[in-house]
Design a binder for this molecule. Structure first.
Ligand code: SAM
Length: 414
């Protein structure tokens, strides 16, 4: 069990750095048999995209302050203890942990997520990145006209010929660059502009053609993206210690690496794909298309994304069952790895199928308590934003009606 005396003092809020300015407004509505609270997040996406959070457009991420609030309220026994995010996505938890000086690890099945998480969370040398960007742009001006657009149906459907030529040239340059942090950073910037320079709608989750989309110049979009990322990164670096440890690993969370059984994982933050929302691989098809040549390097040929990704869409009977089966497996793994007294915070939402509610939060509570964790807090969040009609359709806000779908932050303890 944890020794209360070992707990470090909670972070002071008096100076309110940016990452503490938009924390949820929390109201307790029941105390027994466990606490039930509403987390109201009345902020806009730009407000929540402070520092590096907006550097990589990730359609399924949670508001940065959800991870922030969990980290603020759960005490860390010692500075050796760490937080693990086993559905790491774009690394929101790692960034928030770094901002609080908490060691953090992540796992994700997608190499692009792993790369984005690491680029965002670690300390990068932005001066060197800008020098390399300058070299790339100079090379591009001389050489891009030597390239041809790929002639497959996919690229013709989603990209203009001009955009494809430019993307191909930058891709080739990056591919030939020496491996390392600078290349990782530039690659995430490159992948980060793919949707913007495509014919697809920027805001919608799944790519859809937008008929009157204004075409962007690829190299200027890329340069601007890298410069913006450097600026955000410099602000972030000012707030975090140089020796912070955070790393995301490529892996399948139903087979947790043995290194996490070291009794130091005081908290797991876990944000599975929402049932009936979308599967990640097709949503990122444009990004994976241009990222394809890099895949074998970043995966070491170990992962077959489509095979191991948790399936969340559509909510057919089989997928619903395999979804809960996946949750059972991955929380059995965390239960075995975590020390007694540690916490698991699951951020998960209900969904509807053919107008009928599937009470995902309640089923998750049953499943996780059966594994052995005890439910400590049942929190529901209200969020006042959306990304477009698709996001709105799947959004689960809680307004006090138990028949509505809810977006939960369920906190358990081993
Ligand atoms: C809802 S997102 C997490 C978003 C994250 N909280 C953020 O803010 O960026 C879920 C993530 O789970 C990952 N995932 C799906 N199946 C997985 C598996 N078997 N093992 C590890 N990660 C998986 C997906 O690739 C996706 O990045």
């Amino acid at each position: 069990m944890y020794n209360q005396d070992l707990f470090e003092a909670p972070t002071s809020r008096s100076s309110s750095p940016i990452f503490q300015q938009y924390l949820p407004l929390v109201t307790e509505i029941a105390k027994s048999p466990h606490s039930v609270k509403i987390w109201d997040i009345p902020y806009t996406i730009p407000q929540l995209s402070y520092l590096v959070h907006g550097d990589y457009r990730y359609y399924g991420k949670f508001p940065s302050v959800v991870a922030g609030q969990i980290l603020e309220q759960i005490p860390r026994p010692t500075s050796n203890h760490y937080v693990l995010d086993n559905f790491c996505g774009s690394g929101t938890t790692l960034v928030e942990a770094n901002l609080r000086g908490i060691k953090s690890y992540g796992i994700d099945i997608s190499w692009l997520s792993v790369l984005a998480s690491n680029v965002k969370a670690r300390v990068n040398d932005t001066e060197e990145i800008k020098i390399e960007l300058g070299k790339l742009v100079a090379w591009f001006e001389k050489n891009h006209t030597n390239y041809e657009a790929p002639s497959d149906n996919f690229s013709e459907k989603w990209f203009t010929k001009e955009a494809s030529i430019d993307l191909k040239a930058i891709q080739d340059y990056l591919y030939k660059m020496p491996d390392g942090d600078v290349k990782d950073f530039l690659l995430i910037g490159y992948i980060g502009i793919v949707r913007r320079v495509s014919k697809a709608h920027d805001g919608e989750v799944r790519p859809h053609i937008k008929k009157e989309k204004r075409q962007r110049n690829v190299i200027s979009a890329f340069s601007k993206k890298i410069q913006d990322m450097c600026k955000n990164h410099n602000e972030y670096k000012k707030l975090i210690g140089r020796n912070n440890i955070s790393k995301c690993f490529l892996g399948d969370n139903t087979e947790l690496p043995k290194q996490f059984s070291d009794n130091l994982c005081y908290l797991v933050i876990s944000h599975p794909p929402y049932l009936n929302s979308f599967n990640y691989a097709p949503v990122y098809s444009l990004e994976y298309y241009w990222g394809k040549p890099f895949e074998s390097f970043y995966t070491n040929n170990t992962i077959q994304l489509y095979k191991s990704e948790m399936k969340a869409h559509p909510a057919s009977e089989n997928i619903v069952e395999s979804y809960f089966e996946h949750l059972k497996k991955c929380y059995t793994e965390t239960y075995q790895a975590q020390p007694k007294g540690s916490y698991l915070a699951v951020v998960i939402g209900d969904c509807t199928r053919k107008g009928e509610l599937i009470p995902v939060c309640q089923r998750t509570i049953q499943l996780i308590t059966k594994i052995g964790y005890k439910l400590e807090e049942e929190n529901y969040r209200t969020t006042h934003y959306g990304l477009g009609k698709y996001a709105y359709r799947h959004r689960a806000d809680y307004h006090g009606d138990d028949k509505e779908k809810k977006d939960g932050i369920l906190i358990f303890r081993k």
